[in-house]
Design a protein around this ligand. Sequence first.
Ligand SMILES: [Zn+2]
Length: 151
Amino acid sequence: MALNNFKEIKACRVCENTNLTDVLSLGKLYVSDFSDQQNSENGIKAPLDLVLCNSETNGCGLLQLKHTVSNESMYRNYWYRSGINKTMRDELSSISSKAKSMIDLKSGDYVIDIGANDGTLLRSYSLDGLNTVASIKSRRIRYSRNNKDYC
Ligand SMILES: [Zn+2]
């Protein structure tokens, strides 16, 4: 197990103000990694602390986590797939419907889904010629336009 799976931020994630005020510390907690029962003791812990970029000291007011856990630690064993749950498919479809009602999407436009999971949201756009781009961190999940490429 690597020792440095997280790092403390030195500046606000939005405005880069370095004057961050400690707000709350819940100590070190296990990072959710969807590990199976056999490997549950191999999980890593990271501090769960909140800091405020205080607007009274020229900050932007963002309340944020004081530490960043590595993507590898967070998503190495992530197994959940949006497409296997009807409630989630319906919810994601409502997001694309709302987006389509706000923007006149045309063939050739791009839609980007950051944290796209299995691509369920992108598939719900169902517009010929639309370019879909998925950002996925998990090694266990691959995006597929036609829903046939799960691993
Ligand atoms: Zn800020």
